[in-house]
Write a protein that binds this ligand. Structure first.
Ligand code: CTP
Length: 409
């Protein structure tokens, strides 16, 4: 049997990027031989094994044909007579379809090195269409390598357009899609992921709520970029520049969905978009089974981001409601993430990227004031049950009034 390094490890070494994960392909072996050497099989039908010591993935060279829809619909053909070239041709991109032996000799039948130099994300062959998830993968690689100057090849974009129009994307499982979406959001230029999906028509299929924001105007006074879709991409870009968490980035992406529902005659104003957007945010959250902290934060940011912007004008009672909604006493970190998302929203506007956001410290101060209310003295006064709750609230309100007064001098 011959063993080669493949995929991302070869690509990233040639790009001069540190390699973390190594995938291997094994040519000329059977599953039985792998088991006899102590490799552990992954799943029942997959010709993929884990190395007994390193735990790295070793896949038998395979060709694959499709039967039926979606992931479970794959059938694999792995046998010792499948050549390295036959295995590589069914991979997604030419830059991912290179192999290297233990002497670092490169096998590059589909001109991956050429495309690395040309900064092109190009599919290897029509077999690309065997897995519609690759539409998301290409968009993710575009987001990751945008800073190196990579773009999607025209013919690959065309194929992605066909796949997006074919109904195949709907068959992807939530888990597979979320894995790509969440990884893409954590790249340096996550806005490129959304742009590429939009360009090939996949955004309309996967997240029509975001697609609908393009072409929707906002008032120029607050939004010099005017377009809501453009604004959303800028907010996401800011979130990446400021190295925000996945939950913050997800909330940034979804914060303005309600603006896509405003009747045209009301443009460019979007009255109550925060509230109207909630059902859309919920739908997107559920479609991809986003993790709980992402779902929660997206809904809270959707509902309260304009409160964040108006923080300095809020009445103490409204401030208190905001803090209660976030359960800031038990979940201080979540409130910090809310503040971060609001700040990214404020900066994700044309020409305002460097603006200061005094609301952030003001909100932190308010949270601190409300949290400083001690429960013990109230217990000692004999408050219990709902009365205790009311007494705590009264004290917190007092603290917020004092805070607001002190801040306004
Ligand atoms: N691959 C593919 N189609 C997929 C998934 C994977 O063709 N849907 C192939 C590609 O050749 C890829 C390799 O399998 O390079 C390894 O896949 P994976 O580990 O998911 O990606 P990497 O390319 O290693 O990229 P990353 O750096 O994102 O892990």
């Amino acid at each position: 049997m011959q063993i080669y390094k493949v995929g991302g490890a070869v690509r990233d070494r040639l790009l001069g990027i540190p390699v973390t994960d190594i995938d291997w392909v094994v040519v000329g072996a059977t599953a039985e031989e792998m088991l006899a050497k102590g490799f552990r099989p992954v799943g029942a039908d997959f010709p993929v094994f884990l190395h007994p010591k390193s735990g790295e993935e070793y896949a038998l060279a395979r060709t694959e044909r499709k039967s039926g829809r979606g992931y479970g619909g794959f059938t694999f053909h792995a046998s010792p007579d499948v050549t390295l070239e036959e295995d590589l041709i069914r991979r997604d991109l030419t830059i991912n379809a290179m192999a290297e032996d233990d002497q670092q000799n490169l096998t590059d039948p589909y001109r991956g090195q050429h495309d690395l130099e040309a900064r092109l994300l190009r599919h290897v062959s029509p077999a690309f269409a065997e897995d519609p998830l690759r539409v998301l993968r290409v968009a993710r690689f575009a987001a990751r390598y945008a800073e190196l100057g990579f773009t999607v090849a025209a013919e690959t974009m065309e194929l992605m357009r066909q796949l997006s129009g074919s109904g195949e994307l709907q068959a992807l499982t939530a888990e597979r899609s979320w894995k790509e979406i969440s990884r893409a959001l954590m790249e340096n230029q996550p806005q490129v992921f959304i742009e590429v999906l939009r360009e090939c028509g996949a955004l309309k299929v996967l997240m029509p709520e975001i697609d609908a924001l393009f072409g929707v105007p906002q008032p120029e006074a607050h939004h010099p970029e005017i377009d809501t879709g453009v604004h959303t991409l800028s907010v996401l870009e800011q979130a990446a520049l400021h190295q925000q968490s996945l939950a913050v980035r997800w909330a940034c992406l979804l914060h303005d969905l309600g603006k896509g529902l405003t009747p045209e005659e009301d443009w460019p104003r979007h009255i109550a978009h925060e509230h109207k957007g909630l059902k859309l945010i919920k739908a997107v959250n559920e479609r991809f089974k986003a993790p709980r902290e992402c779902q929660e934060l997206a809904l809270l940011v959707g509902q309260y981001h304009t409160h964040g912007h108006r923080a300095l004008e809020l009445k103490p009672s409204t401030l208190l409601e905001l803090l209660q909604s976030f359960d800031v006493y038990r979940r201080p970190q979540r409130f910090e993430e809310f503040i971060a998302a609001c700040e990214m929203d404020a900066r994700g506007r044309k020409g305002l990227e460097q603006r200061s956001y005094p609301q952030a410290d003001y909100l932190r101060g308010a949270a601190k004031a409300a949290r400083s209310v001690a429960v013990q003295p109230l217990l000692e006064k004999g408050f219990k049950g709902p009365e205790l709750g009311e007494a705590i609230k009264r004290e917190r309100l007092k603290a917020l009034k004092a805070y607001k007064e002190a801040e306004s001098v």
